[in-house]
Write a protein that binds this ligand. Structure first.
Ligand code: ZN
Length: 399
């Protein structure tokens, strides 16, 4: 009688691979050290739900890699046995590089494992052709690393506005820069010899807030970036939504009710045309406040008491508030952070924005946590997010 094979047990529910489980456990242990360090291993076990043996094992591997170290002097208790040393991040050895390309300039930076900017330089663009911009950025990073001989780079993060596809490492389209299908990961990787990670800046700042900012611990987070480029990003349960080809958050051409600005797309009143710093600066030029493209000149004029500059900034923050209100209706996040020059520098702008968002929801909105280093943090956080998601793979040995 022929033997028949037992039917395979199949389930539509995907199984968690052991490698995924290890990666997730390593990630939560290192995140716990980041958030609570110096912290006892037993506390990490309690916080994460992992076994003490498993936490001890991950900590030993992180210590070997140089990502964490035992901290401070052991407290000798009257008990016997090995003293329990708390562990903390070792922020003295490793850095990540960051490259942020804005419309007028490129920022290159080094960040430590706590997301702090340890070195930075900014280069104005004479031209924005990608080969030149990326080659200069790589030179800038090399100069920063040469000036910090004790720091070993774990990788490079690249961030920009526009349509940036994380998976292919490509800037798909950035009309204001004139970039289209630029293989940034490949180009910067060839220049630097380091692993390069690429993402949109609105999304990378959500990761920065999750890891290092005041919005840490928020279960759902929306970020609106209103610079020259206007885009948005959101995360739920610690994961930033990208969608197919990373197109999520492209809100530049959402119509704003009552908008009057003509947009490059041929319509009037698109979100980006209304909120862009380019529009703010044009209006400030028309009012004789500045002759340039730098929104900080408008902030400076407002601080010096120019009533028109104050009005322009408040109006813009109010319009940003209207956009936040629209996005809140769609996504209902627990917390909102906004990157915008007015609210970064002026309490009256933040008040105007919150007023427009409306009572009950206004208190969920705050300015981005990195007011003086937002672009550097955006770039570096692309790489730091990778380190914290998969710390065992992000070691220099993997390079
Ligand atoms: Zn448009």
């Amino acid at each position: 009688m022929p033997r028949t094979a037992a039917p395979l047990l199949t389930s539509p529910i995907p199984r968690v691979a052991d490698s995924d489980r290890r990666r997730t456990s390593a990630s939560v242990v290192l995140r716990s050290v980041l958030e609570h360090g110096p912290v006892a291993r037993s506390t990490i076990a309690r916080l994460t739900g992992l076994s003490p043996a498993s936490v001890t094992d991950y900590c030993a591997r992180f210590a070997e890699l140089g990502l964490i170290r035992e901290s401070a002097v052991p407290r000798r208790s009257k008990g016997v046995g090995r003293p329990h040393l708390p562990v903390d991040l070792d922020d003295s050895r490793f850095v990540v590089g960051g490259v942020h390309v804005a419309v007028p300039h490129t920022t290159v930076a080094l960040l430590d494992l706590r997301g702090r900017v340890v070195a930075r330089r900014e280069t104005e663009h004479e031209r924005t052709d990608p080969a030149l911009v990326l080659a200069r950025a790589a030179d800038g990073l090399a100069a920063l690393l040469a000036a910090a001989p004790g720091s070993r780079p774990l990788g490079v993060g690249f961030a920009a506005g526009g349509w940036v596809d994380r998976d292919s490492g490509t800037v798909v389209e950035h009309p204001l820069l004139g970039w289209r299908e630029v293989p940034v990961r490949e180009v910067l990787g060839a220049h630097t010899g380091l692993p390069v990670h690429v993402d949109g800046h609105a999304r990378s700042l959500v990761n920065a807030e999750r890891l290092f900012g005041q919005a840490r611990g928020s279960r759902s987070l929306l970020h609106l970036f209103a610079g020259n480029v206007v885009d948005a990003a959101f995360s739920t349960n610690d994961v930033v939504h990208h969608g197919p080809r990373s197109q999520a958050g492209a809100i530049a051409h959402l119509p704003v009710p009552g908008g009057t600005e003509p947009c490059d797309c041929g319509r009037v009143g698109c979100l980006q045309a209304e909120l862009s710093e380019l529009t703010l600066c044009r209006r400030a030029r028309e009012a004789g406040i500045t002759d340039g493209m730098n929104p900080m000149h408008v902030v400076g004029a407002a601080a010096a008491g120019d009533p028109v500059a104050v009005r322009l900034l408040r109006e813009r923050s109010r319009r940003v508030g209207r956009a936040v209100g629209l996005l809140l209706d769609v996504l209902n996040p627990e917390q909102v952070v906004v990157t915008e020059v007015g609210i970064r520098h002026r309490a009256d702008c933040l008040a105007a924005l919150r007023e427009e968002v409306g009572p009950g929801r206004a208190e969920t909105v705050s300015p981005i946590s990195f007011p003086d280093s937002v672009l550097a943090v955006a770039a570096g956080s692309v790489a730091l997010d990778v380190v914290y998601r998969d710390p065992l793979a992000a070691s220099p040995e993997a390079i």
